[in-house]
Structures are given as C-alpha cells and as structure tokens.
Design a protein. Structure first.
Lengths: 55, 209
C-alpha cells in the first residue's frame, strides 16, 4: 500500500526518451515542457480575463 | 540648499521621492488593458521565485543526506525542483508576451534590459543548482559543462567540478544577484507603469497610468 502510494502516476524510472533530427536532439520531457509553454501563451492571450473593469 | 540637505541621505531621500511616489509603488488600480491573462505571468514568476527562496532555505538547514534519504527531505527537494520548473515556464511566457508587445516602448529600455539580465542570471543560478544535487546527474552535468566553460575561456574562474564553489555560488552570490536585479526590475515597472498594448500608444509614457 505504502509502495503503491509512492509510485508516480507516470513511470519515470527509466532513461529519458530522445527525439532527434540531424544535429538537433531533445528529450521527450523537455519537448513536452516547451510545447506546454506555447499552449499556455496561446491560452493567456485568448482566454478572457474575469471581472475586467474599465478604468 | 541648507547644510542638512547636502548630505547623501537627504539627497537620496529627495531623489527617491521624486522618482517614485508611494501610489506608484503600491497601486490599488491598474489600466483596463492589464485585465488580460498575459499580464499575470510577471507576478507568477515572482511568486515562484519566493517559493524557490523559501524552499531553498529549508534545504540549507539539513543538507544533501537529508534531501536524498528522507521522505521529508524528498518533499522539500521536490518543492524546490517544481518551483524552479514553474519559475522558468512563467518567466519564458512572460518574456514571450513582453517581446511581442515590444515592452521596451515608452522609455522602458532599462526595464527590458534588467529583465534580460535577470533571465541570464537565473540560468546560471539554475546550472549551479543542478551541479550541487550530489547525485549522478550533477556529476554528468559538471563534467559536460566543464568543457563548455573551458571553451568559453572562463574555466579558470568557474570550475564546474568544484562542488564547494558551486554551492557557495548557488546559495549566496547568485541568489543575491538575482534578487537585486528582480527588485530593480520591479521598481522600474512600477516607476514607468505597465506597458500598454501596441495599439494603445496614447498611454505610452503616462507613468504608472
């Protein structure tokens, strides 16, 4: 039970997976973080801010 | 000018009050264009930095054997890790947002430049953090980064294999530098005001408002 609670939702206990095109190489984890930042930027621009009041 | 007004404390007080009024330093309202999620990422970065410093201070109390070997140490180690992950995510989104709105407009060059310096200083601080994990990851990073710093010609001053130097840089000099630059950056933001959108140049140089 205790060991089960300590298990990560996604098993990270293995060497990182890498993607590469020519000399460019990036780990899947870092690529997910970078793509997430693009998504966050787009959401921050397009999602309306609540309770916007004109000053 | 009387003799008491010539001393440096009087001059500093006068110049401080002239350059920044209390209502600019702690405003209770903001222009309408600030009501957008893209304007939130600066303060999110600042909140992450506060969490970073707080969790880092906890880690200094017990040291590596604690953060590697106990569940409580793991918790604070993870808090420090996720604080820095969020710190950089928020800072990069803040950077992108400010870049695309050309946030250096309206005599805000110093604000932009201090932000750039804070970003670069944060990267060096993060590197020294990775160097002092005291695990195989930090050994790998130290031996790889050593060649990079030697190639830049600064290996004699900053030896990534010197864990003692990396610890002192990470817990003393670099946080102090990042902290001072960030405070300077925030004071400039408060002094010049939040940059308006590009199609709202009428308010470009209006101070805080």
């Amino acid at each position: 039970m205790h060991a089960a609670l300590q298990m990560a939702l996604i098993n990270l206990n293995h060497p990182a997976h890498y993607l590469g095109i020519g000399p460019f190489q990036v780990s899947v984890g870092n690529l997910i973080v970078i793509l997430s930042m693009f998504v966050i930027l787009a959401l921050a621009i397009f999602i309306p801010f609540p309770d916007g009041k004109d000053n | 000018m009387s003799s008491s007004q010539k001393n440096w404390t009087a001059r500093l007080r006068k110049s401080t009050l002239e350059s920044m009024e209390p209502q600019d330093l702690l405003p209770d309202t903001q222009p309408a264009y600030v009501a957008s999620w893209i304007y939130v990422f600066g303060v999110l970065t600042l909140a992450s930095l506060i969490m970073l410093i707080a969790t880092g201070l906890v880690l200094t109390l017990e040291g590596p054997a604690w953060w590697h070997g106990s569940s409580v140490g793991h918790f604070w180690n993870s808090m420090h890790l996720w604080s820095v992950e969020l710190f950089f995510v928020f800072m990069v989104v803040h950077l992108w947002g400010k870049f695309w709105m050309a946030a250096w407009r309206g005599k805000r060059t110093a604000t932009w430049v201090t932000g750039v310096i804070a970003f670069m200083a944060s990267i060096v601080t993060a590197l020294t953090g990775y160097l002092i994990q005291t695990n195989f990851d930090s050994q790998w990073i130290a031996t790889e980064a050593k060649d990079g710093f030697n190639a830049m010609g600064i290996g004699a001053f900053f030896n990534t294999l010197n864990t003692g130097q990396a610890i002192l840089l990470h817990v003393a000099l670099l946080p102090l530098a990042v902290g001072i630059i960030v405070v300077w950056h925030i004071l400039l933001v408060r002094r010049k005001g939040v940059v308006p959108p590009i199609d709202n140049d009428a308010t470009l140089e209006g101070g805080a408002f």
